[in-house]
Design a protein. Structure first.
Length: 389
């Protein structure tokens, strides 16, 4: 089933889902996927592979763009062919807060969610995720996950990184080498652009400001807000804007409005493939990651378990990494890539050597001196106050 066909199917399934939820609320299990016998198969190597075949559907977010196409080719289409279960893309943005509300109301729109890992603790605190059934996973596949761990409730999906990036047209091929260089507008002239601090951890702007001011990676947390804002104050005369999307970070360079920006690695690589004069460095890159979870009350939870089991396999994850420059969650897949392809991945040894893994545990913890506000909520409040002057 093609992605466009999936989208149409998702609309038609809307009425079916409503009816299924009503039946489930009345105590019937008709909303669950058809139960199949979990027979195991034995491979030629003598290992036992769980049987993932079944019927019905599994509902996943439609993320759009190149990422959606990579999912389609590496995961969804092969899963359908191997299992007989249809993957249905649910259109619309996956808003983690909205989806959490749906889960708490007993009516999630998806079976599998793809939140940023910064929301994991929030989902955990609200009992919003099903435990992953690792008995369905191929032998040995639970090994080799990192740098973020595989947990009872969440599977690291992909890694990406916020990197120092620049216009080679404005600054040359070898220019910015760190966040401090991005702040140095005398040596590297031109305007700058960063992501918004109103996203909290999202654009890594607080960490970037501290690194630019000389804070060592191991000393980033807890965030020193006074120092971060003082660092941003120094850059403000040369800041054209806080960009509002990953695409805009590249547009600001190619239009000549900014000579250097903070940009996600995938955006830079995509622009380079279109011959845009941009480059980036992996030094001090902020490594971020998304997770896959099975939502509590998922209407097709059994099929969702099978889908996670399928996409956890190194071969599938390597196929995904061949299509887009986001590292797979299962690092065993890296050994299946060519050296040239692996070198493009955020978690390759060379690229991750001087990268910083964003501390989602700190961001989602209750802030010191607060009773119900996380560090991320406090950071957003302080950001708003700072912008207001």
């Amino acid at each position: 089933m093609k992605a466009t066909a999936r989208w149409r199917t998702a609309i038609l399934l809307g009425v079916v889902l409503v009816l299924a939820m009503v039946v489930a609320a009345c105590g019937d299990d008709a909303g669950e996927a058809t139960t199949t016998t979990q027979a195991a198969t034995t491979t030629g190597a003598g290992t036992t592979e769980p049987d993932l075949t079944g019927s019905g559907v599994v509902l996943v977010p439609d993320v759009g763009g190149a990422l959606a196409e990579a999912y389609e080719q590496a995961y969804w289409a092969p899963f359908e062919a191997a299992t007989g279960i249809d993957v249905v893309l649910v259109p619309g943005e996956f808003d983690a807060a909205v989806v959490l509300g749906q889960v708490l109301a007993g009516a999630p729109s998806y079976d599998i969610g793809q939140p940023n890992a910064s929301t994991y603790q929030l989902y955990l605190d609200n009992d919003a995720m099903e435990s992953i059934d690792f008995s369905l996973w191929s032998p040995g596949v639970t090994d080799g996950w990192g740098p973020a761990p595989l947990t009872e409730y969440a599977m690291p999906n992909l890694y990406f990184a916020v990197t120092p990036a620049w216009s080679t047209e404005a600054l040359g091929a070898d220019a910015i080498g760190s966040w401090a260089d991005l702040w140095d507008t005398e040596t590297f002239p031109g305007m700058r652009a960063l992501g918004p601090g109103s996203w909290g951890a999202g654009a890594a702007t607080f960490e970037i400001a501290l690194l630019a001011d000389g804070v060592a990676p191991e000393d980033l947390y807890p965030i020193d807000y006074d120092r971060a804002f003082a660092s941003l104050d120094r850059l403000m005369p040369n800041l054209v804007k806080f960009w509002e999307s990953g695409a805009e970070s590249i547009q600001l360079m190619t239009s000549g409005e900014a000579s250097a920006v903070a940009a996600w690695n995938g955006r830079v690589y995509g622009a380079q493939q279109e011959n845009a004069p941009v480059a980036n460095t992996w030094n001090q890159a902020i490594l971020q990651y998304d997770i896959w979870v099975i939502l509590k009350g998922a209407p097709n939870a059994e099929n969702a378990q099978k889908l996670l089991a399928f996409v956890s396999q190194p071969e599938r994850q390597a196929a995904f990494a061949e299509l887009i420059t986001y590292s797979p969650g299962n690092q065993a897949a890296m050994s299946l890539l060519s050296p040239e392809r692996a070198a493009l991945m955020p978690t390759s040894p060379a690229n991750s050597a001087n990268a910083i893994v964003q501390n989602y545990g700190w961001w989602t913890s209750i802030a010191e001196g607060e009773t119900d506000k996380t560090n991320e909520q406090v950071a957003i409040e302080k950001w708003t106050e700072w912008l207001a002057g």
